[in-house]
Design a protein around this ligand. Structure first.
Ligand code: ADP
Ligand code: MG
Length: 524
């Protein structure tokens, strides 16, 4: 650490200049190295024990980094990049960190050769622009659900439920096709996890699952051909918010009051019964009296359903959420072929399924243990992210390192048009891209240099989709082999990795303030 000038408090640790840069690059390299071994289908898993002692096994970059308590600010920024990638596209989290780490490591070499950070930054930016321009030329159109299935399978290779990849990919494609492919969004496919069976028992529901039970034992456990009413008013005499105090002076008054309360609730329930609703989901409370009358009428009801669940129910059943039951038009009702209560591990759930044209669907993820279910869900999330990314942009690229090798080759050609030092930066960017095929090979126990050499040789001969297919162990055309990825995932990874690398390169001063000392309470 450098000498701390007296203007900065003694509790601030500071590193300056070249030393700050060196530390930043080192921190980034450490983070990248942690996740690098998990990259690709043959990547290893990590066993994580979080601060409260909970164990999980995962292969997912964002998940691993999220659990690590990293100290160095640069390391934290890199973790954020993985999280952004997760949020934006849902896949490519390991790649983006590995790439950012490589870009910084390569920049370190240039700094050693006394290339100024601003020149490296300018070169990296040019390389990024070039790559983003070149990418569409390497991409192909998405034109069938078979391609979507291959995408999902590529995303899930090497993840938890390896053996069930094909079935799970089918589930995802069916899920996406059920909600329709216009305005597709990842939130339209939700997941519920049930452990205790096998991954093969996972299924697609044309509807949603609510983590609530029916409110009264006397209600039916299942309703078919349900006419669903979504209410956001309380079925209570007075909701807690409007409660006022009431003073009663005689037993008759109390009796009258109770009778009027019962009558009021009864009139509410009567209106619901008259409307023909057979299932009621209520965002507010349903009191005992209302529960009794609803049960008596054979209506299935849930109360205190969360706002987001209400919205999901509305999307699934096509019903509108109503805030008045004075007059209930038929148009507000939703439809579900089946509404039933299920109990799993002592918890009650309501499954609303067999909806007509649902705008939201649910995948029920099953697996032997909680760990398997959680990792299967993460794999499915990656697959879903890829399908959604590919559908929204309509383009895919070849995986297995093919696209990275093709971009690196293009960049080397482009570098020749630049002047001295920027040229060096663009060349280093190209080397950084090649870390992806190298890591894929290395993680599979292959010689990274041999693989990279052979890939480059083939690309030199014009086969720009040749990549390393780790399912067959061969270098081949990855489009034909079905090892494909959405172009958007690559674009996002390139953008974010460059952004964070250039941001970290601009740092020449790291100031870390020590936590403020706790003021001791003085007890007289
Ligand atoms: P990320 O979190 O970056 O998505 P993954 O562990 O999912 O990390 O690995 C993604 C990488 O694995 C991509 O570069 C992809 O092309 C590659 N990949 C996926 N399936 C195969 C395969 N069968 N053969 C070779 N590479 C593959
Ligand atoms: Mg992935």
């Amino acid at each position: 650490m450098g000498e701390v000038p007296s203007v900065v408090s003694g509790s601030v640790s500071r590193s300056l200049g070249r030393e700050a840069q060196r530390n930043t690059i080192l921190a980034a390299k450490v983070v990248a190295d942690i996740v690098r071994t998990t990259l690709g289908p043959k990547g290893m898993d990590k066993l994580l024990v979080d601060s409260s002692g909970i164990v999980s096994v995962t292969n997912d970059g964002a998940t691993i980094l999220q659990e690590l308590a990293l100290d160095h600010p640069a390391a934290k920024l890199l973790v954020e990049v993985a999280q952004t990638q997760e949020r934006e596209v849902g896949d490519g989290t390991t790649s983006v960190v590995v790439l950012a780490g490589a870009l910084l490591e390569r920049a370190g070499l240039l700094l050693d050769q006394r290339v100024h950070p601003t020149v490296i930054i300018a070169g990296y930016r040019k390389a990024l622009t070039q790559s983003l321009q070149q990418l569409p030329l390497l991409g192909r159109d998405v034109h069938s659900s078979a391609i979507l299935k291959q995408l999902a399978m590529t995303a899930m290779t090497g993840k938890g439920a390896e053996g069930m990849r094909e079935e799970l990919a089918d589930l995802l494609v069916r899920a996406v096709e059920t909600v329709g492919t216009t305005q597709l969004d990842r939130s339209l496919v939700s997941f519920v996890c049930f452990s205790g069976s096998s991954v093969g028992g996972s299924s697609l529901l044309s509807g949603v699952v609510i983590d609530k039970g029916k409110v009264h034992q006397g209600m039916p456990s299942s309703v078919s051909e349900a006419k669903v009413l979504l209410l956001d008013i309380p079925l209570e005499f007075k909701s807690p918010e409007t409660q006022t105090s009431l003073s009663l002076t005689s037993p008759e008054q109390l009796e009258r009051f109770v009778a009027s309360e019962t009558d009021y609730i009864r009139s509410l329930v009567d209106r619901i019964v008259a409307s023909g609703a057979t299932v009621v989901f209520c965002q507010k409370g349903i009191d005992d009296v209302a529960q009794y009358y609803l049960a008596k009428a054979g209506i299935f009801a849930c109360r205190r359903v969360s706002k987001s669940s209400m919205e999901h129910l509305s999307k699934a059943t096509g019903g509108a959420i109503v805030s008045s039951i004075d007059d209930i038009p038929q148009a507000v009702f939703g439809y579900a072929g089946l509404v039933e209560e299920v109990v799993h591990s002592g918890e009650q759930y309501v499954v609303v399924t067999k909806c007509k044209n649902p705008q939201i669907v649910t995948i029920v993820v099953r697996g032997g243990t909680e760990h398997i279910v959680a990792e299967t869900e993460r794999a499915l999330q990656d697959g879903l992210g890829d399908i959604v990314a590919a559908v929204s942009q309509g383009k895919i690229v070849a995986g297995g390192g093919a696209v990275e090798v093709a971009l690196a080759r293009h960049l080397r050609g482009y570098a020749r048009s630049l002047s001295g030092r920027e040229q060096m930066a663009v060349e280093q960017f190209a080397y950084a891209l090649e870390v992806i095929p190298e890591a894929l090979a290395e993680n599979a126990g292959l010689d990274p240099l041999d693989v990279l050499g052979e890939l480059k040789r083939r690309h030199e001969h014009g086969s720009v989709s040749e990549g390393l297919n780790l399912l067959s162990g061969n270098i081949e055309d990855c489009f034909s082999a079905g090892v494909i990825e959405p172009m958007r995932v690559k674009e996002q990874a390139l953008r974010s990795a460059t952004e964070v690398a250039t941001m970290l390169l601009r740092i020449d001063d790291v100031l870390v303030c020590a936590p403020k000392p706790q003021q001791k309470e003085v007890l007289e």
